[in-house]
Design a binder for this molecule. Structure first.
Ligand SMILES: Cc1cc2nc3c(=O)[nH]c(=O)nc-3n(C[C@H](O)[C@H](O)[C@H](O)COP(=O)(O)O)c2cc1C
Length: 355
């Protein structure tokens, strides 16, 4: 089957076309990657490529409890050990850089962290904290200086991670986090060059990608998008959604980035239907590697996506309770189900004790 064949991602050789999707697991005490994280990722390195859980490039972006960061030495040192474990097993790793922006409550941020967003648009509802559910905090609209600082934080984290051995980084521009907050008309009400028409709303993301590409090389950068998603209270369909993603794909092609990764939660999370064939539009405009997936739990489903011309297939939840997922898919073995109580709890239980 195609999904088990070797392939190339830029200069990297991948042993198969299965990508472990980024999944927040909240094990990083004090936001520092640790030994159990090294074990967890090593156990799952049957995947051709691992995209790590969302990792904050900034103290301001660490919006959930115990998510790892990449903005201090202890964090980078922790990541270095994780990368070594993955590489020992002949897999590759991109770290997903996730700045949570408005998706947080002040209590979740380390001391000194600020809740920042393109505009001061409050996210309704509550967020998990280690002291129970809390309302989201009202974000502060970023100044131009704060915009530049945030971009530089992405660049600095990218540099440090690659120096520590990461094969690349993924900009998390999906699912309603900071980069996505700039793209979306519901969360970006700015009247300066970073808001308004789709080109202006794309500016923060494209400038960040360009600066990161200058620092580490375009071939070490991937990006994740979630067109039509309403997750974290975004507007799913808006009038310039197709021009927006066409423009992003065209501009990112010029930077020769490694891949575009498209979230498709329609089956798995009952997300709204796509009103256009946006995945195909992005693929045709970008011309490079495209990662797709969503509710894939059999090799035949992955092959069907590859038959449509996509290059790599992401798989998320099945990796939680099946560390040897790739072997199980090869033999069509039934998959174990995760302990839903322990998805985000601290410690080894429900994390590295699946066989
Ligand atoms: C526990 C959990 C944590 C997740 N954390 C992230 C994350 O940090 N970054 C991200 O882009 N997506 C995250 N996702 C979404 C997954 O990457 C993926 O898109 C989703 O699970 C659907 O794929 P699946 O049907 O193969 O599970 C998460 C999903 C789950 C279940």
């Amino acid at each position: 089957m195609k999904v088990f064949e070797k392939t190339k991602l830029g200069k990297l050789e991948l042993k198969n076309k299965i990508v472990m999707a980024p999944m927040t697991r909240s094990r990083a005490i004090n936001n520092i990657p640790n030994d159990i994280m090294k074990t967890y990722y090593s156990q799952r390195s049957g995947a051709g490529l691992i995209i790590t859980e969302g990792t904050s490039p900034s103290i301001n972006g660490s919006g959930y409890p115990r998510i790892p960061g990449a903005f201090n030495n202890a964090q980078i040192k922790g990541w270095k050990a994780v990368f070594e474990g993955i590489h020992e097993n002949n897999s590759k790793v991109f770290v997903q850089l996730m700045h949570t922006g408005r998706v947080t409550a002040q209590i979740n941020l380390p001391e000194g962290g600020k809740v920042l967003a393109p505009s001061a648009v409050f996210l309704e509802g509550e967020i998990y904290s280690d002291e129970g559910m809390k309302p989201h905090s009202i974000p502060k609209e970023m100044t131009l200086e704060e915009i530049e600082i945030a971009q530089n934080e992405f660049v600095e984290a990218s540099k440090q991670l690659v120096e520590a051995g990461a094969d690349g980084i993924e900009l998390h521009s999906a699912n309603g986090y900071l980069l996505n907050q700039f793209l979306n008309p519901k969360t970006n009400l700015r009247t300066d060059n970073y808001g308004g028409d789709f080109k202006n709303r794309a500016r923060f993301v494209l400038e960040t990608a360009k600066k990161a590409a200058e620092a580490i090389g375009g071939d070490k950068i991937g990006i994740r998008f979630s067109p039509y998603s309403v997750f974290n209270d975004l507007q799913g369909d808006y009038e310039d959604v197709v021009p927006m993603f066409t423009y992003l794909a065209a501009e990112l092609a010029k930077l020769n980035i490694a891949y575009i990764h498209i979230v498709d939660q329609r089956v798995a999370f009952d997300a709204p239907e796509f009103t256009t064939d946006i995945k195909k539009t992005i693929k045709e405009t970008f011309g490079g590697t495209i990662i797709v997936g969503g509710d894939v739990h059999k090799a035949a489903q992955a092959d069907a996506l590859l038959e449509q011309g996509y290059d790599l297939v992401y798989i998320g939840r099945p990796f939680i309770a099946n560390p040897n997922l790739v072997e199980k898919l090869k033999t069509n073995e039934p998959l174990a189900q995760p302990d839903s109580e322990k998805i985000y709890t601290a410690g080894a239980a429900g994390y590295i004790d699946y066989v």
